[in-house]
Every structure is written in C-alpha cells, then in structure tokens.
Design a binder for this molecule. Structure first.
Ligand SMILES: *Cc1c(COP(=O)(O)O)cnc(C)c1O
Length: 379
C-alpha cells in the first residue's frame, strides 16, 4: 500500500467535512431550497474577498473567471498591460490576444517580482491604457507580487482597471480588495479554498462595472452582468453547481471558525518553515524575491533532474508535489502549503524530499531540513 499525500498547488486536499457535505441528495437549483445556500455563499465570499461588492460564482475552472474578466470589461483594440513573469502571466496575454486586445507585456524574469514602478512608468507614458493584468501569486515561480503597491498606482488612473488573478493566492495572502482598490479579482475553488475544481469567483468594483457598460467584446456563457442580476435573486444564469456551492459554504465555515488573520498567519508560518528547511538541506529557492505563502519553488542541485525528483516523490513515497513548467521543467520542484495544510504537511514534504534526493545520490545529511522545520513549527 502506498498512502498518498497531496502537496500540489492545486488541486489541494479537501477536508472530510467538506467531502461529506457533497454527499447529499441533489436539490434543484431553481427550488426554494437552493436560495439560502447561494445566499450564504454570496456572503461568505464577500468576507473572504474583503469586499462590499458582490463576488460572482461561475461554474468553471479558474481560467473561466480569467476569460470573463477580459471579455466583460474591454473592447477589441484596447491597450492593456500584462505582467508576464511565468506561465500564468503568459495566460493573461494569450486570453487578451485571443479577444483582440492590444497587449503590452512587462516581462519579468522567472523567479522575480514585478517592480511596481515599471507599471507606473508605462501608465504615465500612455494614459490610454485600459487595464493592468497581474497575478497575486505567479504559481509557476512561487513569487508573490506586491498587489498593494500596484493597486495604489493603478487607482490614480481613472480609465485603467486593475485585474488580479488571485487564484493561488486567496486564503494564503491578505488581499484587501476594497481597501487597496482592486477592480477585478479572480479566485478558483481547487487552491486555497480546499474544494475540487469547478468554481471560479470574480469580484467587481463599481469602476469596473462602469467599464462593463462600454465593453462590447462578444460573450455568452460568461456574461457577468447577467450573472450579477441573477445573483441578486440568489440564482445563477445557468444550472448551478449546487454540490460545489454546498461544499464552498462548508469550506468557508472552516475558514471563518479559524478567523481570517489566523488563516493568513498559518500560511505565513508554514511557508517560512518550508523555506528555511529547504535552505537547511543546502538547496536554494527558485523565487529569488518575494516568495509566496502558497507554494515553495525549490531549485534542484546540479546533476539532479527535477522531473525525476517529482516522479520519485510520487511513485516511491506517494507524495504529489509539482514539477517545473516550461523553462523551469526539470530545474525545480514545488511543494505547496495551501488551504487544508498544517505542520505535518510541511514535515512530510521536507522528509520525502530529503529521502528522494539522498536516494538519487545527492550528498545530504538526513533530517537536517526536517529538524529545521520542527524547530520553527513547534507551538
Ligand atoms: C491554477 C491557476 C490558474 C488556473 O487554473 P485552472 O486550471 O483554470 O483552474 C490561474 N492562475 C493561477 C495563478 C493559478 O495558480
């Protein structure tokens, strides 16, 4: 028997009370039974997103929310900035270009964070830029961008929206949507929210709704104005993913019981311990600045192939992390500490990494990383 441990930055483990909440007889999404369920989800998401504005619930993976964030607020030919510092920044560019937006990329070296001043300079040079697209956490490199500083800049420009892909950052990072002035923030269910894939979430500021009135890009399934109208009646435009929304309520209940600040503190502590343990093993972080609280990207030593490490972790020890994507493939492995994660997830990740590397011939003293993590995680 090989017991399985899921330490990927999505999907993440689902708590048993959330799993059990999905094992209920089906109810009809247009029946009165469903109304309080969606009402509760609506309120819970406002709490989680730290916003007074409605957060829309879409039946899609996270990328669906990203597509909706493009098609509902822009016109073909609109000039926009995309911060591209990894696979998910690249995804913003591809979506924007698919719909005919005029993309100016700010390329960020993988493993580094965008400099807010670079965004400011672009906006000052061209006040006609309609949107700035960023990630909060660029999952492919494990880097957190300074959303607060970026929001402070963008909110000075009346015709420019800030769109944040927070799919892997929500729950792990304190993102003050209203206070900072994030116009559109996208979340997804299978990362910090401890749910299966299938829901995306989009918060929308009044400034963004004004842009929506002028936006003419074609859209049908992800029509956010229609979703918003339906949400007022505790309905969704099309068939509601009832089961996932019930599970969402259970997941939010768990987070509310812990308290938002405690949730952030837990992620900060787990991420810090993971990074220090990695260094104690003698390895380097791939995130050269601003490492995230969601996932730790670890550089593999010379002569050790990251894909072999990823495979060995999974096949020999039952630990599913994530490898590197694209140009980082083979060079890194990533261990998440996101959502339903605690002290012993870190210990499992570090211990299995030590055993794997040692088995592949990397000279290390077993237990050094584990001891460092233990020291930092003792309560
Ligand atoms: C996981 C992820 C997505 C998108 O995910 P889906 O596979 O469409 O759910 C988008 N952005 C970031 C930063 C992610 O980590």
């Amino acid at each position: 028997m090989l017991k399985k441990y899921l330490l990927a930055p999505g999907p993440t483990p689902v708590p048993s009370s959330v799993l059990l909440s999905m094992a209920q007889p089906m109810i009809h999404h247009r029946s009165p039974d469903f109304l309080p369920i969606l009402d509760s989800a609506k309120k819970g998401l406002k709490w989680l997103f730290q916003t007074e504005n409605d957060v829309l619930i879409l039946c899609s993976s996270g990328t669906g929310g990203m597509v909706g964030a493009v098609t509902n607020f822009f016109n073909a030919g609109d000039k926009v900035i995309v911060v591209n510092g990894g696979k998910f920044g690249e995804r913003w560019t591809k979506i924007c270009q698919t719909y005919g937006l005029n993309v100016k990329e700010i390329i960020v070296e993988w493993g580094y964070a965008v400099k807010p001043s670079d965004i400011e300079n672009e906006l000052k040079a061209d006040p006609d830029i309609k949107g700035v697209f960023i990630q909060a956490v660029e999952t492919s490199t494990g880097v957190y961008y300074d959303v607060e500083a970026i929001a402070k800049i963008v909110r000075q420009f009346d015709n420019t929206l800030l769109i944040v892909d927070a799919i892997s950052a929500l729950v792990a990072h304190d993102l003050k949507t209203d206070e900072w002035g994030i116009d559109i923030m996208v979340g997804g269910s299978q990362k910090g929210l401890m749910l299966p894939a299938g829901l995306s979430f989009v918060s929308i500021s009044p400034k963004a709704w004004r842009a929506n009135e002028r936006a003419k890009l074609p859209r049908f399934y992800f029509n956010l104005k229609k979703e918003h109208e339906n949400l007022q009646k505790n309905q969704t435009n099309f068939s509601s993913p009832v089961t996932l929304i019930i599970a969402l309520n259970e997941a939010i209940k768990l987070l509310q019981n812990e308290g938002l600040q405690n949730v952030f503190n837990r992620h900060t502590t787990l991420a810090h311990a993971t990074r220090e343990a990695v260094k104690a093993i003698g390895l380097s972080l791939y995130s050269k600045e601003s490492p995230s609280n969601s996932v730790t990207a670890i550089e593999m030593p010379a002569g050790i192939d990251g894909q072999t490490v990823y495979k060995t972790l999974r096949e020999k020890y039952g630990v599913t992390g994530a490898g590197g994507q694209d140009r980082a493939r083979g060079k890194i492995i990533r261990l998440a500490h996101l959502g339903y994660a605690d002290v012993f997830d870190v210990i499992v990740g570090i211990a299995s990494l030590e055993m794997t590397l040692k088995g592949l011939g990397y000279p290390l003293e077993l237990g050094k990383g584990v001891a460092k993590a233990q020291e930092l995680l003792m309560r």
